[in-house]
Design a protein around this ligand. Structure first.
Ligand code: FAD
Length: 274
């Protein structure tokens, strides 16, 4: 246990301390050595190294710890993930690819609000195969306030929705097997006018193009939706329920992401002292 935890009068549960120490060991003994052999700007470690470490993580029962247990994840909550992510990101590519992905690639949590069929078809295969997925909320009109900013339109046409619009800053959209896109089904309904849809890779009318940002690797995408036809069966949750799904489930990712930033600060301080 660290001194500061005792001083604050708060103690992490022993099980979580053990898990955190285990994450720390894997980062130190496996991820950092693998990462040190690739280009300093690389966003990933090579596939063979990835799976060599990932198999050990799976055997240790530490795979996709933030996803539900009944579908192959670890069933941990947001608090536990904050503690672990603070450790997981303490390496060179850690902020945008914590643990170089060797702890599994959790799908966007909104998928857990889907039907059993949607969860089996999309989420379970992502958990098993560690494929990339994406979520597209942000648009050129803004990202901080999706309720006001989302202009992408989804219009019902029989047993499909037709999506049109542009998303920006969508991470992994060019390589994701599937993703969740938020679009406006009712422009007059405000917060209740946004719906979530699952989009599969290769759907006609869907294009994703990485664009340069300040960092050199793991570039986000501009996504264009042009008369992109999505079956009603790929609507996630009820029509008009997209924004509350987004708030309930997706914002849970923001807390562990913030913990990652603290972890990067901790690592930076350690490097500076060294
Ligand atoms: C590398 C990277 C990857 C990303 N990946 C994804 C992704 O996978 N999917 C996705 O959907 N998005 C993604 N984003 C987008 C990210 O979520 C947005 O950048 C973020 O939500 C902020 O939106 P914005 O950039 O449009 O800024 P804006 O919403 O335009 O805000 C600009 C500034 O104004 C402030 N501001 C905005 N509204 C208010 C207000 N009402 N009151 C006071 N201040 C306000 C903000 O705090 C901010 O400082 C990514 C961004 C980056 C940089």
């Amino acid at each position: 246990m660290m001194e500061d935890e005792r001083a604050n009068g708060y103690q992490l549960p022993q099980e979580l301390i053990t898990l955190r120490d285990q994450v720390r060991r894997i980062i130190r003994d496996e991820v950092i050595p693998a990462e040190s052999r690739v280009d300093p700007d690389a966003a990933e470690i090579p596939e063979d190294n990835y799976w060599r470490i990932a198999k050990k993580v799976q055997a240790a029962g530490m795979w996709c710890m933030g996803s539900p247990r009944q579908y192959g994840g670890g069933g941990l909550g947001t608090f536990e993930m904050c503690v672990l992510m603070e450790e997981m990101c303490q390496h060179r590519m850690g902020l945008y690819n914590p643990g170089a992905g060797v702890f599994g690639r959790n799908p966007p949590p909104v998928i857990w609000a889907g039907t059993e069929e949607q969860i089996r078809k999309y989420a379970v295969s992502t958990l098993e195969n560690a494929t990339y997925t994406f979520f597209a909320i942000t648009e050129p009109s803004g990202g901080s306030d999706p309720a006001g900013a989302i202009q992408c339109r989804a219009v019902r046409d029989g047993d499909h929705y037709v999506l049109n619009g542009t998303k920006i800053f969508t991470s992994h959209a060019h390589e994701g097997e599937w993703g969740v896109v938020f679009a406006r089904t009712d422009p007059t309904a405000g917060r209740a006018g946004v719906t979530a849809f699952i989009i599969e890779r290769g759907t006609p009318g869907f294009t994703a193009r990485p664009f340069q940002v300040i960092r050199t690797a793991a570039l986000p995408n501009i996504v264009h939706l042009e008369d992109c036809r999505i079956p009603v069966a790929q609507r996630l949750g009820p029509e008009g329920g997209g924004l509350s799904l987004c708030m309930d489930l997706l914002t849970g990712l923001r807390f562990p992401y913030s913990a990652c930033n603290i972890g990067v600060g901790v690592a930076a301080l350690r490097i500076a002292i060294d």
